[in-house]
Design a protein around this ligand. Sequence first.
Ligand code: AMP
Length: 281
Amino acid sequence: MKICASISEARSACRDARANHRRVGLVPTMGALHEGHLSLVRAARAQCDVVAVSIFVNPTQFGPAEDLSKYPRQFERDCRLLEQEGVDILFAPSIEEMYPQGAISWVVVEGLSEKLDGRSRPGHFRGVTTVVAKLFHVIEPDAAYFGQKDAAQLAVIRRMVRDLDFPVEIVACPIVREADGLAMSSRNAYLNREERQRALVLQRSLQETQRQFQAGERSAARLISAAKEVFLSEPQVRLDYFEVVDPEMLDPVEHISGRTLVAVAAFVGTTRLIDNVVLEP
Ligand code: AMP
């Protein structure tokens, strides 16, 4: 695995690969890798000739009161895992490399960026789209792999790619869960034992929604109120949002008649967790 810390090194490694008509796949991550990340790497490995992974804890997507400085960093372990998965190129730039002094340009997907997590985390998606656009320019991938776990992020990136004509196929990969159903996340490492148990309420609320949906319920308001009842069983967990929306524009849906995203975010202690499920009538 070639490890590149500079943009020019990563760009030339990927250009060499493309010159031989090989399909390049990119998996953007913030490191502290788990099976969720590795599932994206495996999908890329199965579909591409050259697999590039980026590890960059992107400061511009963290709010001033968020966990940038304590975000888990395990670079050596991550490298070993990526080697084992047969990754070809690891792009791991410094903050200075990605954001030259005085950088004032941003990529913003207006409107969409203020929904779901974007509402709770102002500026978050502006940071995400800016860094992903930069990664696309450096790696020039044919395909890029993202987790359905971050459903709003996926919608925002798909829209950016569509609106700005990035020649990249966006591939969404299913949510990977722990044995008890908790969606894997680097932030799960923040949870103590009690919180880890309480965190299951997110998954329980989505299961309740799925159960009612399968029983024929189509009213978003009734699904939401049943899910909120589930949260009453864990008063220590603070619900941020529970929404029923269309998966592309992330607008609330009243009556479910097509493919619909049910997304939840909640604070377990100080840790903000997200999860979602897609309903298909
Ligand atoms: P992060 O390192 O949290 O920025 O995540 C990097 C990529 O991994 C994003 O596309 C995430 O959606 C994806 N990802 C994170 N957790 C999971 C999971 N549990 N299942 C599938 N994909 C995931």
